[in-house]
Ligand binder design. Structure first.
Ligand code: OFO
Length: 168
């Protein structure tokens, strides 16, 4: 495996791991605030990111590359509002998309079509996740500070996220 591509895939392993921990902290915060639906949503997101990380680890190992399991920074643990929470979610997904695009760009540069092909799965995944994050943030912007709106958002979050997925 090309060493610069290997390094980029290792960076990507770190970004997926870090998103997983980030979402775990978000889930835990929501749990303590009584937002059980939102907590469940982020626990699942955290698990998904862990799966993305493992998929990369296995791929690098299978291709004879060497994986470095990364040290992670402590994620942000408290949020001023639901809007802040979901704005952070969108920001995190946009960051990951940018990094994936960078890997794709380098794959084309180095003519590594195998990794390029593998990374297409992540491109599709990011499209969906960014769309879900945007939809949820848009809904929260409509709701504003309305407490009963927050109550319903928490109750319906999975339906909102899934219906966006279906539309996408
Ligand atoms: Fe790993 O899918 Fe989003 O970040």
């Amino acid at each position: 495996m090309n060493t610069s591509i290997e390094a980029l895939l290792n960076d990507q392993i770190k970004y997926e791991a870090s998103a997983s921990m980030h979402y775990m902290a978000m889930a835990s915060w929501a749990d303590t605030k009584g937002y059980n639906g939102i907590a469940q949503f982020f626990y699942s997101q955290s698990e998904e990111e862990r799966v993305h990380m493992i998929k990369l680890i296995k791929f690098v190992n299978e291709r004879g590359g060497s994986v470095v399991i990364p040290a992670l920074e402590k994620p942000k643990a408290s949020f001023e509002s639901l809007s802040e929470l979901f704005a952070d979610f969108l920001k995190s997904e946009m960051f990951v998309t940018e990094q994936i695009n960078h890997v794709i760009y380098e794959c084309l540069n180095k003519k590594d079509y195998n990794v390029h092909n593998f990374m297409q799965w992540y491109v599709t995944e990011q499209l969906e996740e960014e769309a879900v994050a945007r939809t949820l943030l848009d809904k929260l912007n409509i709701i504003g500070d309305d407490k009963s709106g927050h109550y319903m958002f928490d109750r319906d979050i999975n339906t909102i996220a899934i219906s966006d997925d279906v539309e996408a």
